[in-house]
Design a protein around this ligand. Structure first.
Ligand SMILES: *[C@@H]1O[C@H](CO)[C@@H](O)[C@H](O)[C@H]1NC(C)=O
Ligand SMILES: *[C@@H]1O[C@H](CO)[C@@H](O)[C@H](O)[C@H]1NC(C)=O
Length: 531
């Protein structure tokens, strides 16, 4: 196995040396995150494998979504970390419920973030256990030390990856959609986010804000910072102990060479960024492949009306009977055919135009010429496939960044939002008719699609380039802003302002005193003259 692998690498090296100049076959360690995070990272991994690099993935043996077992090859080794506690599915359900039952409004704002912070503590505890399981396993650590990794790839919402990289003395690269309040990006990555036009994560605002919106935005940043500071703060002690010197989670995360952010300017509102931040949203998108025969026949049977693709993502398996019937009834009123990815009970009101599937080839369906609209929960992976293929959307956001994502698409004119809690049959039917029959939505979706396609270098190639760059040069320190060496008051120039203010105040005071003195003397002279 090993020799076959090195032989292939050698062949690749020779091939590249002849044709393209020197190449490099690196060894990469991965500290993954569950769910859609993994789906996205796996695309980067598979491309790097194609280019001759090899991977070791550290996964909890209780993982819910990460399934590299079947895919194990000579270039893809999985190490299962024994984990006695179940990955709490209740935690995921708790977070979904929190959002569905307590959407953050002006009044419930505080309560919401408090509760989110509390739930996040459960997530952190689990991560700490996983971290312990690796760091205290001396046999595993010795093996990792001896493996000569060139780089570690991780998602900062699951801490510990950076700690492991520092312990192994290797550079690391992040793949990230966002962290609450952009806390990690702002405080640890030092990316600037002016609150006057950069909407805070989870605020559902756009870049055009009224005075009231700007107040909300400003407060959102600070409130989320406050709540999540204690949440991330738990790790400071842990990191200090593990590294044997006083440090913080943020300081360690700040050592990341490159941050690969899973969005792009078709989706984001223009905002400042740093040279070590690369926006690679849509890197997983591909041209559509042919559909399975039975599915293609169903799609073709829709004729001129076309089809609607519907999924609420991999995290939500079933809805209440009432909800699923409301949805099914709305769909049954449409002339389009509907392909619905759903694992729950079949609703009674399901129309003959709607088919339920356990799984759908979402990208291939969205790229089908007969597809008219996409009903989505608003996860970034799905949104990007719709953007890539220029399909207008109806968003039914449920939790996490989904409300934000849909707010972005609504602001760009490519989507209509429907509220999951209050949704009536007619609301969903109206929303679908709007995006299908009012051509502005399709036009705007196509505009976004053109932006996504027309890039100097494709997002996946950029992601791969920077990972290879970091391996070739053992880092990307030339992109690192000096902001990392400043304290918060130096960063905001508060010490300079205080100094200048003191100087000005002193000068003004002296001038004032002089004037006063002069006046008094003049007064005295005038008085004497009079006498
Ligand atoms: C993971 O490993 C632990 C320890 O060996 C074991 O007790 C547990 O049952 C395993 N869990 C799963 C889901 O395989
Ligand atoms: C189509 O939608 C746009 C944006 O919401 C709206 O301004 C326009 O009036 C709509 N057109 C029709 C014909 O309803």
């Amino acid at each position: 196995m090993k020799t076959a692998s090195s032989k292939k690498c050698l062949q690749l090296l020779l091939f590249q040396a002849v044709l393209l100049g020197p190449a490099f076959c690196g060894k990469i360690l991965v500290w993954p995150t569950e769910g859609s995070h993994w789906l996205n990272m796996n695309v980067i991994i598979q491309e790097l494998i194609r280019r001759g690099h090899s991977f070791t993935i550290l996964v909890s043996n209780a993982t819910l979504y990460i399934e590299p077992r079947a895919k194990a090859t000579e270039k893809f080794e999985t190490y299962y970390v024994p984990f006695t506690k179940d990955v709490p599915e209740t935690l995921i359900n708790g977070i979904v419920d929190l959002w569905l039952n307590n959407r953050p409004t002006v009044l419930t704002f505080w309560q919401f973030y408090k509760e989110l912070g509390r739930l996040s503590v459960g997530w952190q505890e689990m991560n700490k256990m996983m971290c312990d399981a690796v760091l205290t396993n001396q046999e595993l650590m010795a093996r990792l030390q001896g493996s000569g990794f060139d780089l570690l790839l991780s998602d900062p919402v699951t801490p510990c990856g950076e700690l492991l990289a520092v312990k192994l003395g290797i550079p690391f690269v992040y793949s990230l959609r966002f962290s609450p309040a952009f806390t990690l990006e702002r405080h640890c990555g030092k990316i600037p986010t002016p609150p006057s036009y950069t909407p805070a994560a989870l605020s559902e605002l756009t870049d055009r804000m009224s005075f009231g919106d700007r107040v909300k935005n400003f407060v959102s940043y600070h409130l989320q910072d406050y709540v999540f500071q204690s949440y991330w703060g738990h790790w400071d002690m842990y990191y200090s102990k593990a590294l044997g010197k006083p440090t913080t989670l943020c300081e360690t995360m700040g050592k990341a060479e490159i941050w690969l952010i899973r969005t792009y300017w078709d989706f984001e509102f223009p905002r400042p960024f740093l040279p070590n931040f690369e926006f690679v949203g849509g890197l997983h998108c591909q041209p559509a492949k042919p559909l399975p025969k039975e599915m293609e026949e169903f799609v073709q049977s829709s004729g001129e009306h076309g089809v609607i693709v519907f999924t609420l993502g991999s995290m939500v398996h079933s809805l209440s009977d009432e909800k699923s019937n409301v949805i099914a009834k709305a769909l049954s009123q449409l002339p389009q055919k509907v392909l619905w990815r759903y694992k729950g009970k079949k609703p009674e009101t399901l129309g003959s135009n709607t088919r339920i599937y356990d799984w759908i080839p979402q990208n291939d369906l969205l790229g089908h010429p007969l597809t008219k609209a996409f009903i989505t929960h608003g996860g970034t992976n799905g949104l990007y496939e719709a953007i890539y293929h220029g399909i207008p959307m109806v968003g039914i956001p449920m939790f996490a960044d989904q409300h934000d994502n849909i707010a972005h698409m609504v602001a760009k004119g490519a989507a209509v939002q429907v509220d999951f809690n209050t949704m009536k049959t007619q609301d969903l039917a109206d929303a679908l008719n709007t995006v299908i029959y009012n051509s502005t939505y399709k036009e705007n979706a196509l505009k976004l699609s053109k932006i996504q396609h027309d890039q100097p270098v494709k997002p996946l190639d950029r992601a791969v380039f920077w990972i290879e760059f970091v391996m070739r040069h053992k880092g990307a320190k030339h992109l690192r802003p000096a902001a990392h060496h400043l304290t918060w008051y130096q960063y905001h120039s508060l010490d300079v302002l205080a100094f200048l203010f003191t100087c000005t105040a002193t000068v003004v005071f002296i001038l004032f005193k002089c004037c006063l003195c002069c006046c008094r003397r003049c007064g005295r002279i005038a008085k004497r003259k009079k006498e």
